[in-house]
Design a protein around this ligand. Sequence first.
Ligand SMILES: Nc1nc2c(c(=O)[nH]1)N[C@H]1C(S)=C(S)[C@@H](COP(=O)(O)O)O[C@H]1N2
Ligand SMILES: [Mo]
Length: 413
Amino acid sequence: MRNLLGAIRKDYGKKLASLHAWNGWIVVVLSLTGLVLLAGFWRGVLGEGRVWIKWLHIAVGLVSIVPVVYYLFLAGKHWKQLKGKPWQRFNVLVVLALLTGWFVSGVVLWQYKAAGPALSNSALLIHDLLTWFGLPYIIYHAVTRTKWLKEPHRRTVEYVRKKEELHPAAGAQPLYTRRAFIRWMVGAGLAVTLGPSFLKWLGGIIGGAVGSAPTMDELVRNDANKLIPAPEPLPASLPPAGGGAKGYFRVYTVTKIPAFTNENWSFTIDGLVDRKLQWDWTQFVELKRKVQVSDFHCITGWSVYNNTWEGIPLRELLEQAGVQPNAKTVKLYSGDGVYTDSLTLEQAHMEDVMVAVMHDGKPIPSDLGGPVRLIVPQMYAYKSVKWLNRIELIEDDHTGYWELRGYSKDAWI
Ligand SMILES: Nc1nc2c(c(=O)[nH]1)N[C@H]1C(S)=C(S)[C@@H](COP(=O)(O)O)O[C@H]1N2
Ligand SMILES: [Mo]
């Protein structure tokens, strides 16, 4: 052990410098991949590629602890060296806190199943929070302290002046090199891409935390669907039996958000059924609905609690259509024309699987999958197909959109 420590401490300066560089590159990769994962926009563009980016992010994230641990061996000496430089010491602490915070919350998110939704939810919040405050900090640090450690003597103005005196032809050594310029550009690029998502995220958090949920109101106000008549909420729905949802939905879609009218909307049950059923909107709002209160968990770590959903239990629709004995799988189609998923017949018969029409007493807005979406409270929300408009009973298995792209078929929470 002593020898190991000795070996690590030898060539201390060089090691610290290369550690710093490695760490910098790790942060760059994690930032870029992380931002792609965060921005809803990329979900549609990347499709399958997104799953690879996720695994790259997780792998590099796990590796990111190595420089931190390695640094701890050098920390004693470094700390002494930074005596009288409180800002640099502060910086070291901030960076260590950021890296460990990201690492720990990242591991929880990676192991979301073992961690459970409540823990994943706080881990995601911490992970995002550290990103929004840590990333600008690190970019600033990278830009303003370029060449620190590597060639510390170049930082001083005297060095530049002396060099000019010695080699006047060479001209002044610029304080900011091409590399620094590139970093600036990276920083500016990040700020431009980051800014809007940050504000949106912050708005959501504040809305969620304060409980006034302006984002939900906004979603309802911006409903692109024009379906008449609006469904009348049952007494258990308005005021919502669950007391109003806690948390906020991140709007996920792999396509443009579709918009429906009475003309282009219908709902179909077909395949291996005794009676193929089809409703238009005016018929569909007449169907007898029930109310349930349930939590909604996305596999990426966020949850919305105490949702009051009003809709038709899926098993009642299946009963109406009459499922034939050879049917094994309930295939679910989204009206976006792309997204599908499936449940086994047994899963589809769970009491709380609902073809939902209202959320907290209001029609489900288009951003959240309205006019009709599926709700499967006991499974991760990728099963909860938005803009649901067709249910087909089939004999074969069906692998859904995200399941084709790496999500587990086992979606149980
Ligand atoms: N049609 C469609 N349904 C979908 C998705 C989607 O991209 N398209 N995303 C799924 C995932 S992964 C989640 S977490 C929830 C998100 O629902 P929300 O956008 O209402 O928050 O919808 C699910 N259903
Ligand atoms: Mo999800």
